[in-house]
Design a binder for this molecule. Structure first.
Ligand code: ZN
Length: 250
């Protein structure tokens, strides 16, 4: 089983009637429902309203893949929690960052850039082209996905060049955007997926749910070895040992 935690700042759905009508139980619940339909996923949710943002050491230790949706409350996530997430990713936890979560603290720290982009709310059509059909995240997808109305994001998106770029968006207003980006950080894998503005029912769509499920499968820990880092005094092979005991090795 892949253990997934879906995290949401959970603000708009509580404070704006228009958004509450789209996601009455919160964006996190809609995403979790889509994943729970798969027999190999065990899903839980957490929100910024929970103690320690719902991301205690224990929760993160039991999380193979963390999905993060946030927009207006990034700065309210304590640095200590952001660092905890960052460390878990480097230690192998998958991290899927959705839409406006590109500015959340753990993602910005993992990327090392400002991660900003252009944006406009104008109900424009978004067409997401699958440009890497052989990638695991593209499994079962058509050649492109079409969202009739979405918030528009535009390049330049201030991210490091992705290790793999799976999806590219075109908007009817003319912008383009790298909307499905993969990176490796430490032992962990990171996927950024652009769609999911809170005013549109994007996370109920089967094709979007397919992308998220594929991303979970891709981002789960590989099961590979934990490398040895730092001072390693005993050679694997039998060799003569030099005496460097008087030298300083940081
Ligand atoms: Zn948005």
């Amino acid at each position: 089983m892949i253990r997934v935690t879906v995290w949401n700042e959970f603000l708009h759905e509580r404070t704006e009637e228009k958004i509450k009508a789209v996601y009455p139980d919160g964006i996190h619940t809609a995403i979790a429902e889509g994943l729970a339909a798969h027999g190999d996923v065990c899903v839980r949710t957490a929100t910024q309203e929970d103690p320690e943002c719902g991301l205690t050491e224990a929760v993160l230790a039991e999380t193979d893949v963390l999905i993060w949706w946030g927009h207006c409350r990034h700065h309210e996530v304590p640095d200590e929690i952001a660092e905890r997430v960052w460390r878990r990713v480097l230690d192998g936890m998958g991290f899927i960052v959705l839409h406006s979560a590109h500015l959340c603290k753990p993602f910005v720290r993992l990327m090392g850039t400002v991660c900003r982009s252009k944006w406009r709310e104008n109900d424009e059509k978004e067409r997401l082209w699958v440009i890497e059909p052989a990638h695991p995240i593209a499994k079962g997808l058509p050649e492109y996905l079409e969202l009739p109305a979405e918030e528009t994001y535009g390049e330049r998106f201030e991210i490091p060049t992705p290790d793999e770029l799976v999806l590219v968006s075109w908007f009817s207003g003319g912008e383009v955007f790298r909307s499905g980006c993969c990176w490796r950080r430490g032992l962990g894998k990171v996927f950024y997926f652009r769609p999911g503005h809170e005013a549109y029912p994007i996370y109920y769509r089967e094709d979007i749910r397919r992308v998220l499920y594929n991303a979970v499968v891709w981002a789960q820990p590989s099961g590979g070895p934990h490398p040895t880092l730092g001072h390693f005094p005993t050679p694997l092979e039998k060799v003569a040992m030099a005496d460097h005991s008087d030298e300083f090795h940081p």
